[in-house]
Design a protein around this ligand. Structure first.
Ligand SMILES: [Zn+2]
Ligand SMILES: [Zn+2]
Length: 170
């Protein structure tokens, strides 16, 4: 039995395919730009061109404290994050034209971080669709998208294509 995929699934699948190009073992993120039903660009997180990436030079780790809910109480939790890469959303903006982005939709495997969300909000994009949640910045990002009038939604029932997911170590 073959069922034709809906457009959300189709474009999110492509975002996940793009994410497999990432060389960061800690986080692989893919993003695509869609205008109407037309694919206008794809990107993943990575080091700048010609610069050693995470697979060659290792991840560049920083430690940060995050507020996390533990058994209903807020706690400060220390977390490591790789800062070697340009985020997928930022690469997508670097590789696409402003005129193509006006009124467009971005499909991204992971909920954008605060910095990427701010850049997307000023990029001409009118809709952002993501799959995996990113709790750290969820509240302020969601609030900002509402204020900015950008449609912001999660594909909750979506399942990525086989072989596109790698374990994210934290
Ligand atoms: Zn890395
Ligand atoms: Zn980001």
């Amino acid at each position: 039995m073959s069922r034709r995929k809906d457009w959300d699934t189709y474009f999110m699948d492509i975002a996940y395919m793009a994410s497999t190009r990432s060389q960061c073992s800690r986080r692989r993120v893919g993003a695509v730009l869609v205008q109407g039903k037309k694919l206008l660009g794809s990107a993943y997180n990575g080091a700048p061109m010609g610069v050693p990436d995470c697979s060659e030079a290792g991840c560049m780790l920083v430690e940060e404290f995050e507020v996390k809910l533990v058994e209903g109480r807020e706690e400060m939790v220390k977390k490591q994050r790789c800062i070697r890469t340009i985020h997928a959303e930022q690469n997508l903006l670097l590789f696409t034209d402003r005129s193509d982005r006006e009124g467009s939709t971005v499909y991204v495997t992971d909920q954008p971080c605060w910095t990427c969300a701010n850049m997307l909000a000023n990029s001409g994009v009118v809709e952002i669709v993501y799959h995996r949640p990113y709790p750290k910045d969820k509240e302020k990002v969601t609030e900002m998208m509402v204020t900015r009038g950008i449609r912001f939604r999660q594909l909750a029932d979506y399942a990525p294509p086989a072989g596109t997911i790698s374990e994210v170590t934290n």
